[in-house]
Design a protein around this ligand. Structure first.
Ligand code: BG6
Length: 486
């Protein structure tokens, strides 16, 4: 066994599903190609459908786009399928038999990861059965990975958490937010804390505002059923955007270990400024896409599984504040939406502008540090520099670093990184319960006001545009503007 190789049995609930096939199996295959998984691993996919092992292996192989056919075939031999009704205790007895035999066959040392890639309503039931039917091992480790959505508000998230921690110890639970596995999000603490020059100005004295844009070109596609129960606030703000804010705003961890990083992030989630009911409409706006102006793309209300009069938001923009001395008065402007002109995930850190040009009278541009997360991985700095020639004017210029293609190709997919973290027992890239609770309480405060006040007239932006006008006005009324414009 090579020194990197891990021993693990992974049981995936929702093993026939889209997430497992699109994300989890390709991520495991990457780990296999890199030697992190070799001989001593097995995967059991479970779902209700009556698939055979061979059919399951074919579906797994069909989603692998790298490696040779020989490698793919060798990999999928580690996959097993168990038709399973999560409500039926007898089915866990059958599953246990398979687990025990694979544990022996692959010499896995009792290391088990249970991966919940299905409807959250069933997580508690599954966790309870894992315990009552003795599927947890006493020899190795037992870990539980949970996909979002983790509840649909604070109360339901709390109930879900209670159900899960009645079986698993808190430090066995890994709540996934795949944004935490993205390379450029992981880069943020390095930028902040490994460059004293940036660390020194990363505060209210030098930063005017921070802008986070998570724009998506696609609409809700085939996920209408889920999206109708979620909306953009729950789907993107409660989790991904909040996690990005934590990376941008957390104090420097005392150490590079899980406990210290988790404690630093908690500082942010316990200091989210809660708005009063009167403030919410001033601070958060919502939108829903209609058809594109050329009529080519449908509006949200015309899509599959969407109510014709749905008031679910597909766009959110808002201002988030932190009650921390370092961030007093610094707005974090966030926006996310479906059917915008392009896919773009980026963060703009807008520094304060100098009062005026040293040699002239004109107003200067604010220096902006931009972190582009996707699709390109890129850093850029807009700095004021002298205009060429006899002029005394200052003009902004952009310094750019783009991750070279060769390096970009080596960047692990978010799921690959996070699954390996879970196998290694590294918890700092997962969401703690306190963070989850803080984010839900904040988002619930907005949602409750929205539910009571009159909805803006939907649709209020055309598919393929940058969202409703109100998103621009949100910044304009403070004399600011979104740095990223399509
Ligand atoms: C998911 C949301 O969590 O994130 C989706 O449910 C969204 O609606 C997706 O499309 C965006 O992730 P990424 O990695 O494509 O930016």
């Amino acid at each position: 066994m090579n020194e990197n190789e891990k021993r693990v049995l992974m049981v995936i609930f929702g093993g026939s599903g889209d997430l497992a096939h699109r994300k989890l199996y390709p991520a495991l295959f990457e780990l296999y190609l890199k030697g992190q998984l070799a001989e001593h691993f097995a995967v059991i996919g479970t779902a209700r459908r009556p698939w055979t092992h061979d059919y399951f292996r074919e579906t797994v192989a069909a989603n692998l786009n790298v490696g040779t056919t020989v490698q793919q075939q060798a990999f999928v031999q580690h996959f097993y399928y168990q038709s399973h009704d999560v409500q039926d205790a007898d089915h866990y007895i059958i599953l246990k038999k398979l687990i025990d035999s694979l544990d022996q066959e692959y010499d896995l040392g009792g290391n088990r990861i249970f991966y919940m890639a299905m409807r959250p309503a069933l997580f508690g039931t599954i966790a309870a059965h894992l315990k009552s039917e003795h599927l947890l091992s006493s020899a190795g480790y037992n870990r539980l990975i949970i996909e979002k959505p983790f509840g649909h508000d604070y109360q339901s998230a709390l109930a879900l958490n209670e159900a899960v921690i009645s079986t698993f110890a808190r430090d066995q639970v890994y709540r996934i937010d795949h944004y935490l596995g993205k390379e450029m999000i992981q880069n943020i603490p390095y930028l902040r804390f490994d460059n004293p020059v940036l660390a020194a100005v990363w505060n209210r004295d030098y930063i005017d505002n921070i802008q986070i844009t998570l724009a998506e070109r696609l609409g809700v596609e085939e996920r209408g059923g889920y999206y109708e129960t979620a909306g953009a606030l729950r789907d993107m703000v409660q989790n991904h955007i909040m996690q990005i804010i934590a990376m941008l705003a957390m104090p420097k961890p005392n150490d590079f270990n899980d406990a210290a990083i988790t404690a630093a992030r908690r500082e942010v989630f316990t200091h989210l400024h809660q708005y009063s009911a009167a403030e919410v409409p001033q601070k958060f706006i919502r939108g829903q896409y209609g058809p594109s102006t050329d009529g080519q793309a449908l509006g949200y209300r015309q899509e599959d599984k969407i109510a014709p009069k749905s008031n679910v938001e597909t766009f959110v923009a808002g201002e988030i504040r932190l009650d921390l001395p370092q961030w007093q008065g610094v707005p974090f402007y966030v926006r996310t939406g479906k059917r915008l002109p392009l896919k773009k995930t980026r963060i703009d850190i807008v520094f304060k502008a100098a009062a005026k040009n040293l040699f002239g009278a004109e107003k200067l541009a604010e220096p902006v540090l931009t972190i582009e997360v996707e699709p390109e991985m890129r850093l850029s700095w807009h700095l004021n520099t002298k205009e060429i020639g006899q002029s005394t004017a200052a003009i902004p210029r952009e310094l750019v670093f783009t991750l070279p293609e060769r390096e970009a190709a080596q960047v692990p997919d978010a799921y690959e990184r996070l699954i390996l973290d879970a196998i290694n027992g590294r918890r700092s890239n997962f969401v703690s319960w306190q963070d989850m609770a803080g984010a839900w309480q904040f988002v619930d405060g907005i949602r409750q006001v929205w539910e009571q006040c009159q909805c803006p007239k939907f649709p209020n932006y055309a598919s393929g545009t940058m969202g409703p006008l109100a998103a621009e006005e949100l910044l304009q009324k403070t004399g600011r503007t979104w740095i990223f414009k399509d």
